[in-house]
Write a protein that binds this ligand. Structure first.
Ligand code: GSH
Length: 92
């Protein structure tokens, strides 16, 4: 997916990622053995953590710090370099 060429707006990609953003994944071995697509960083990480049983502790006390840092990444840090990239690209 080359976002500099606008490939994120292709209809087949929008079916996977309706907000035309990467990352997005397709897991051919989703729930019940059926394929599933997931978009948004946080949703992808939660999905993979749930599916593999790794990096997302079952206990609430252990899970909370993982969720705290995930939310920090999604709402605090993540958007900043994303916007820098977007506006630097748009400027030129
Ligand atoms: N909220 C999204 C943001 C992802 C994002 O900003 N992706 C950028 C690249 S870093 C993108 O795909 N931009 C393409 C566009 O906006 O057309 C997430 O966390 O997954």
């Amino acid at each position: 997916m080359n976002i500099l060429k606008g490939e994120q707006f292709a209809p087949e990609f929008l079916r996977i990622s309706p907000n035309n953003k990467i990352p997005a994944i397709v897991d051919p071995d989703g729930p019940d053995g059926q394929p599933i697509s997931v978009f948004e960083f946080g949703a992808i990480l939660l999905y993979l953590g749930e599916k593999t049983g790794r990096f997302l502790p079952a206990g609430l006390r252990e899970r909370i710090p993982v969720l705290e840092w995930l939310m920090w990444q999604m709402g605090g840090f993540g958007p900043m370099p994303g916007q820098v990239h977007h506006f630097r690209t748009m400027r030129s």
